[in-house]
Design a protein around this ligand. Structure first.
Ligand code: SF4
Length: 327
């Protein structure tokens, strides 16, 4: 049976122009040859440092950013080949929650009008029923009924994120891309929003792609996690593997876990300090893109790109070296 969502060899490149003639001299490789699947009802986490391409990839799912290469399939339909009309219809089923809901909420509109928009645009119900439907939505996301007549600036950050979630839910989507939805919020509010997202996922049988730089958030919410570095997938882990102290992870995942705030008992024995900054995606390193910072890099890492096999892309962790007796 085919997966609910599948991306195949997806790349998003931004051209760099230069020289006197303004010719294309290179590309920023934001997402580079990425493939994975998401099953119906699954919460898939996408994690990595800032600049690894995870937010670009999240937006490419909905074609808010156009992919340069590769395919995206959603419930059997190829999203990457859709015309504008088909895409508009599909967006009823695919929604996005943004990191900064305030910038996506019109400050001159009351919340009641903001949340009425999707009902009007997608003709979801008769106009006479819209107010009642909006008030129901406010209740579902934990906002008071009087919120209907307020403006976005009258709400706290957490409440504004609830409005953003309500707007995404209005069209009754199947799939939501949540792009760092709690990273701009106070820690005390983060857990409330995460709990709300978890409850909604169960109640409405939603599928999530949850983009975050925070492994603690990912651990709390996600069934599986895709670890990205410099536009490429390093590893795909189940929640059980992520929590198993005996599971040998990709060196980059180990470093991310080592650097995460210790809200939970940490199963990495040693602290792993990554040397230097993440390289520019305009000039990614040859071979394994992580080799310039990897504490375990060997010669082959500088020249040969490790293939994602058995859910890990690493010359030391992959199946080929294990088969030949390598450690
Ligand atoms: Fe490190 Fe080499 Fe594995 Fe890349 S392939 S993560 S450089 S050991």
């Amino acid at each position: 049976m085919s997966s609910f969502i599948r991306i195949q060899n997806l790349s998003v490149f931004y051209p760099i122009y230069g020289g006197l003639l303004g010719r294309r001299v290179g590309d920023v490789k934001a997402v580079n040859d990425v493939s994975f699947t998401i099953e119906k009802g699954e919460v898939l986490g996408l994690v990595g440092e800032s600049g690894c391409g995870k937010s670009t990839l999240g937006k490419a799912f909905l074609r808010l950013i156009e992919p340069s290469k590769g395919e995206i399939y959603f419930d059997g339909q190829e999203v990457t080949k859709m015309n504008a009309d088909s895409l508009r219809k599909l967006r009823k089923r695919m929604q996005m929650i943004f990191q900064d809901p305030f910038s996506s909420l019109n400050p001159r509109m009351k919340v009641g009008s903001i949340l009425a928009e999707p009902f009007i645009i997608h003709k979801l119900c008769p106009r006479s029923e819209i107010e009642q439907r909006v008030r129901e939505l406010l209740k579902i996301v934990g906002l008071r009924p009087e919120s209907y007549d307020k403006y976005p600036h009258e709400f706290s950050g957490g409440q504004r994120q609830r409005i953003g979630i309500a707007r995404a839910l209005a069209v009754k989507p199947d799939f939501i891309v949540a792009d760092e939805p709690v990273s701009a919020l106070d820690v005390s509010i983060q857990s409330q929003i995460l709990n709300l997202l978890k409850t909604l996922q169960k109640d409405f049988k939603l599928t999530y792609l949850f983009v975050s730089h925070d492994l603690n958030v990912i651990r709390y919410l996600c069934d599986r996690v895709v670890v990205m570095y410099l536009g490429r997938v390093m590893e795909v882990l189940t929640r059980e593997q992520l929590q198993n102290p005996n599971h040998k992870m990709h060196p980059y995942t180990e470093a991310l876990i080592s650097a995460a705030p210790k809200k939970h008992p940490d199963h990495v024995k040693k602290q792993i300090a990554l040397a230097g900054d993440i390289p520019s995606p305009a000039r990614p390193p040859s071979g394994c893109v992580f080799h310039t910072r990897c504490p375990e890099a060997i010669d082959i890492c500088k020249t040969e790109i490790p293939v994602l096999e058995n859910s890990v892309a690493c010359h030391l962790r992959g199946p080929r070296l294990k088969m030949t007796g390598g450690s």
